[in-house]
Design a protein around this ligand. Structure first.
Ligand code: PAF
Length: 281
């Protein structure tokens, strides 16, 4: 494993990779957990060389406290990655390596995907994600880039981004990894108390219940059921619940047999914002 903190030196190292060797890329914001590691393992299995970036991207945070409190554990991240077998490059830049004096995001039009769910509740978030993912893909030039389905809206937006910018990379979505109690793995889980960690399983349990009842109940009934579950658990504050079309991410008003749907939740456990989602059909 080699660690680079500057893009120039990494790009130089990558330029000596054989033409037919495939490069996999896993962009992360660090505080790595098993979910990230599963992305890196998939990437190592499918490529000759894998680049993992660790960078807490300031332009995708719409809340300064969230940015300040985002867990940063570079030493632990590096020890986790060191245990993996295969050719690995870690890119761990400072903000100034990726942004010039103005740390700002480009404005994107992702065909409406950016206006749903996370886009409504985190203004400008996807401009920040698009800006940094575009920069990173242009630096690393991978054959395949891996993203977790926990951020399903992000995954769809990144697919749109590479189509808009005509970037020659395949975007691979990977399934959500869960804790034993069902909670989706997330770097933000590190900020939960033991009690909150247990209480947060209501997110997973509710999504599961929605999935089980999806064929027998209407969307209106399912929305009411979710509201009720969160009222019963006042320590978790529901920000939104949506059943949305998997392609367009538009809120589903009624079910259409030919469409695929997913249920999405964002909820607060204290100050910590958690998101999760599950395919329904
Ligand atoms: O999913 C994340 O960790 C981030 O949004 C990403 C894709 C690394 C961009 O900063």
């Amino acid at each position: 494993m080699v660690i680079y903190t500057q893009k120039e030196t990494m790009v130089q190292a990558l330029s000596s990779v054989a033409k037919n060797d495939k490069i996999g890329f896993v962009p992360t914001m660090g505080a790595l957990h098993k979910g990230h590691i599963s992305l890196v393992v998939n990437a190592l299995n499918e490529n000759h060389l894998v680049v993992v970036s660790i960078f807490v991207n300031p332009t995708q945070f719409n809340n300064n406290t969230d940015l300040a409190k985002y867990p940063r554990t570079p030493e632990d991240d590096i020890s986790l990655l060191k245990n993996l077998k295969g050719e690995l490059i870690v890119y761990l830049p400072e903000v100034s390596d990726l942004y010039d004096d103005s740390v700002s995001a480009k404005k994107y039009n992702f065909g409406g995907l950016e206006n749903e769910m996370e886009g409504k509740h985190r203004k400008g978030h996807f401009d920040g994600v698009g800006t940094i993912v575009s920069k990173l893909l242009r630096i690393v030039k991978p054959n395949i880039a891996y993203f977790g389905e926990k951020d399903f809206q992000q995954l769809q937006i990144v697919k749109k981004l590479v189509a808009i910018e005509k970037l020659p990379v395949k975007i691979m979505g990977c399934p959500i990894l869960r804790e034993k109690n069902g909670l989706a793995m997330s770097s933000r889980n590190k900020r939960l108390s033991a009690k909150q960690f247990e209480e947060a399983t209501i997110i997973y349990k509710t999504l599961n219940e929605v999935r089980e009842k999806f064929s027998s109940k209407s969307i209106k009934e399912l929305n009411a059921l979710v509201a009720e579950r969160f009222l019963q658990n006042p320590n978790l504050k529901l920000e939104y619940f949506e059943i949305a079309n998997e392609e367009t991410l538009k809120t589903a008003k009624q079910k259409n047999k030919s469409s695929k749907y997913r249920a999405f939740i964002a909820a607060f456990a204290g100050e910590v914002r958690l998101i999760d989602n599950m395919p329904l059909n």
